[in-house]
Design a protein around this ligand. Structure first.
Ligand code: ING
Length: 313
C-alpha cells in the first residue's frame, strides 16, 4: 500500500532583532494555515525559528544572549502555535535555541505529532563557525560559543507510521548524518537552516552558496534513498542576508519543490514513501552492498591524516 504524506515546507523570511516572539509565532501560524489549505500532514519550520539568527552577534552580556533561548518547550510564547496545529491536526518540526534546566544551551529541533505531542527531539551536532570574536567581519558566526555539541545523537521517530529523522543546518553538509539516519530506517529527513551570506572563513559567490546548499540536500537524499525536506530562514534580518532555497528533494536526488522567494513561503509536496523502496532495495541496498570493514577511518580519524599502508600484493 503506497504510503504518502503531504509535507509543507515553511520558509520564513528574515526575523528582525527586535521582532517579538509573539509577532514571529503569528507569522508561523499564518504559514500553518496555508499548509492546512494544502492538506499538509506535517510542516517543517527553519532552524532557530523563533528569533533572529543571533549567532551573528557578539554579546558582552550573558543576559542578552540568554534572551534568545527557550527555557521550556512549549512555553507561553509558542503555545498558540501548538494549539493551532493541534486544532488543524497538523504535525510540525520546529527549530529553536534550547536552554536546559541545568543551564546547558543547544541548537535544537523538535518533532510534534498531529495531536500536539512532542515525539522527537534533536540537538545540533555539527556546530559551524567559531567561539571567539573574529575581527573585520560584517558579522560573526558564534555557534561554537552559544551552543554545546548536541548530546542526543541522530534519532529516528515514527510519525503516522513514517520513520522520520531530523538534523539542523550545517549537519546537512556532512554525509555521515544522512547515513546514520538511513541506517536506522529513516525514509524522510527534516531540517531547518539559516545560511548567512557571510560566514568568517567561508567566501563563496552567491550562486555557489545556493549550489552547495542544494547539492548537500540532493546528495544526502540520493545516496541514502530518503526524502529530504529543508526549510530556510531566508532573506534579510536587519541588514544581514541569508540564502533562500527551501526545497523538497526525492530519493532520486531530484528537487521536486523549491521556494521562489526569500520571504515567508509555503512549498508543498506529496511525499511517496514507496519511492524510497526501489532505491533501498537495489542500488542502495545497504545490507547487500556496504562494506563497513573498509570504512574504519570514517570513525577512527577526525581530521585529515596520512595515507594508510596498502597491503602488499
Ligand atoms: N549555517 C551555515 C550552514 O551550514 C556555514 C554555516 C555555511 C558554515 C557554509 C560553513 C559554510 O548552512 C548554519 N547555521 O549552520
Amino acid at each position: 500500500m503506497t504510503k504518502k504524506i503531504g509535507i509543507a515546507i515553511a520558509q520564513v523570511g528574515g526575523i528582525g532583532k527586535d521582532e517579538t516572539r509573539t509577532e514571529v509565532v503569528e507569522r508561523l501560524i499564518g504559514l500553518l494555515e496555508q499548509a492546512a489549505k494544502r492538506q499538509a500532514a506535517l510542516v517543517v519550520f527553519p532552524e532557530l525559528t523563533l528569533t533572529t539568527f543571533f549567532p551573528r552577534y557578539w554579546f558582552d552580556s550573558e543576559t542578552e544572549a540568554e534572551s534568545y533561548f527557550e527555557a521550556s518547550m512549549p512555553n507561553a510564547d509558542v503555545q498558540p502555535l501548538f494549539d493551532r496545529a493541534k486544532e488543524l491536526g497538523i504535525g510540525f518540526y520546529l527549530g529553536y535555541a534550547e536552554r536546559t534546566e541545568s543551564g546547558q544551551r543547544f541548537n535544537a529541533s523538535i518533532l510534534v505529532d498531529r495531536s500536539g505531542e512532542i515525539i522527537g527531539k534533536y540537538r545540533k551536532v555539527h556546530l559551524p563557525g567559531h567561539k571567539d570574536f573574529v575581527e573585520n567581519q560584517p558579522n560573526q558566526h558564534l555557534e561554537k560559543r552559544y551552543f554545546e555539541v548536541g548530546d542526543l545523537g541522530f534519532g529516528v521517530f515514527d510519525f503516522d507510521g513514517i520513520k522520520i529523522g531530523m538534523c539542523l543546518c550545517n549537519d546537512r553538509r556532512w554525509p555521515e548524518v544522512y547515513r546514520v539516519l538511513a541506517l536506522q530506517g529513516a525514509d524522510l529527513v527534516l531540517l531547518g537552516y539559516n545560511t548567512p551570506d557571510s560566514v568568517p572563513g567561508w567566501q563563496e559567490e552567491p550562486h555557489a552558496k545556493m549550489f552547495s546548499h542544494l547539492l548537500s540536500l540532493q546528495a544526502g537524499a540520493y545516496q541514502n534513498s530518503v526524502w529530504v525536506a529543508a526549510a530556510g530562514k531566508s532573506g534579510f534580518e536587519d541588514e544581514h542576508h541569508l540564502i533562500g532555497g527551501s526545497a523538497l528533494v526525492a530519493p532520486s536526488g531530484e528537487v521536486v519543490a523549491k521556494a521562489f522567494t526569500e520571504g515567508d513561503e509555503i512549498i508543498f509536496g506529496e511525499v511517496d514513501i514507496d519511492m524510497c523502496r526501489m532505491y533501498q532495495e537495489s542500488v542502495f541496498n545497504f545490507a547487500a552492498h556496504r562494506r563497513p570493514e573498509e570504512y574504519g577511518l570514517i570513525v577512527s580519524r577526525t581530521g585529515r591524516g596520512e595515507p594508510l599502508p596498502v597491503p602488499a600484493t
